[in-house]
Design a protein around this ligand. Structure first.
Ligand code: PGA
Length: 240
């Protein structure tokens, strides 16, 4: 795994958005894997700005999102709504080419990704407990897209987006770890002190207790951290 530590989240968003823009220029029918949460928002803003400036054409792009809540009472908290309002509504991607796992399609989701040609770049955040997508600690590294129960820690972390913690859905459907590892390239972004232990574990374990540690067996992963997220890693690992 390649580690890049940058001074600001803006610098990270700039580099990561360039990768997506360059991919789409080179491969207009690329397949991109997308994530929700606060971490990728600046990257999506940068993609929107560059797409406008450079007239980037997303009309043949397919996207597959990592995960979606189940039994969610509030559409404005759904990941579909998040993606529409942070990215899709501002680029010319066709909504029918934007895919989310659901209770109905999850058994076929891995096959749909394969049929589309496989994910060229998968973007990931990381949970404070090391989760990727909603693959909570304990999830098998061989897992495919599946239904999962959220851990207390994740429900608590996500409560900041809801009026009340009782409204946070307790189950979700998520790409599995194996689904993620089948991507050709993976970019993980970690921002803030709250992620420092998870990033430490990602580089120092290979164990289901830290789902992100599964990435160490993939040969094309870059982990972008700000200084706080990288703060527990030894200095010799950290290259600017
Ligand atoms: P965050 O979530 O970007 O809102 O911190 C990341 C995650 O839980 O994967």
């Amino acid at each position: 795994m390649e580690l890049k530590v940058l001074k600001s989240s803006k610098d990270i968003a700039d580099l990561v958005s360039n990768e997506f823009i360059n991919l789409i220029k080179e491969k207009p029918n690329a397949v991109i894997g997308l994530a929700t949460g606060s971490t990728p928002i600046e990257t999506y803003e940068a993609i929107i700005n560059k797409a406008k400036k450079e007239m980037i054409d997303f009309s043949s792009i397919q996207s597959f999102n990592l995960d979606e809540y189940l039994n969610n009472q509030d559409f404005s908290q759904s990941y579909r709504y998040f993606m529409d309002s942070h990215l899709f509504d501002y680029i010319n991607i066709k909504k029918e080419n934007t895919h989310f796992p659901s209770e109905e399609n999850y058994k076929n989701y891995d096959d749909e990704i394969k049929k589309a040609g496989g994910i060229d770049i998968q973007l990931l955040g990381i949970g404070a407990n090391g989760h990727i997508g909603f693959n909570e600690p304990g999830t098998s590294f061989d897992s495919k897209t599946h239904i999962t129960q959220l851990k207390e820690k994740t429900i608590h972390d996500n409560a900041r987006f809801f009026k009340d913690i009782s409204l946070v859905p307790t189950s979700a459907v998520s790409m599995g770890i194996n689904t993620i590892l089948n991507s050709k390239r993976i970019i993980l972004i970690a921002l803030g002190k709250n992620k420092a232990q998870a990033i430490y574990d990602t580089f120092n374990k290979y164990d289901v207790s830290c789902p992100a540690s599964s990435l160490s067996k993939h040969n094309n992963v870059t982990i972008y951290c700000d200084e706080e997220a990288a703060s527990l890693l030894k200095k010799e690992l950290v290259h600017e």
